[in-house]
Design a protein around this ligand. Structure first.
Ligand SMILES: [Zn+2]
Length: 177
């Protein structure tokens, strides 16, 4: 069976991660230093570059501290999953494309979504907060009385009235039958 993950190789995926993650140069995830030495390849993953920080002396690799770190599935499966999510495929469709169980894909997509949310640039978050504020304020400004009524006793009173009406109707039907 041909799958998207099967057509990709890990080398290309690591290359893509390096291009994206180290766009401004390799940065130590422990202390933020940019004075870093390469330190060979990962023992179990020959495509994964290792580094050693010259400031804090700690070691890390291309995936350290990222959503892809310490995963059972190879990087190409995660990258493929991310790609298919971008195409708006359902978990079921992604599972089929990657030849994985739907429950596994469900876990992967929710973690990836969470990671994307966590890494949302500040500008986007600020924009969202501002939008909420404007929306709420506009509602109050336009119809302050309507907003007060909707949130207050008005709704409760009218739904109680409706309930009574239905009950009395039933009673009427029963008594006439
Ligand atoms: Zn460091």
């Amino acid at each position: 069976m041909i799958t998207l993950a099967g057509l990709l190789d890990d080398a290309k995926c690591y290359e893509a991660v390096r291009q994206y993650r180290w766009a401004d140069g390799v940065t130590c995830p422990h202390c933020g230093s940019k004075t870093v030495n390469k330190r060979g390849k990962h023992d179990n993953h020959p495509e994964r570059q290792r580094y050693c920080c010259r400031d804090c002396k700690k070691e890390f690799d291309d995936l350290t501290g990222s959503i892809f770190s310490g995963r059972h599935q190879p990087l190409r499966v995660w990258v493929s999953c991310l790609y298919l999510m971008g195409l708006n495929l359902s978990n079921q469709q992604i599972a089929k494309e990657l030849n994985l169980h739907k429950d596994d894909v469900q876990k992967m997509t929710s973690e990836l979504r969470q990671a994307v949310f966590d890494n949302k640039p500040e500008v986007q978050l600020a924009g969202e907060v501002e939008f909420d504020e404007v929306y709420v304020t506009a509602g109050h400004k336009g119809h302050p009385e309507a907003v007060k009524k909707k949130g207050g006793r008005g709704v409760a009173a009218s739904s109680k009235g409706f309930g009574d009406g239905v009950r009395s109707k039933r009673k009427n039907r029963r008594s006439s039958a």
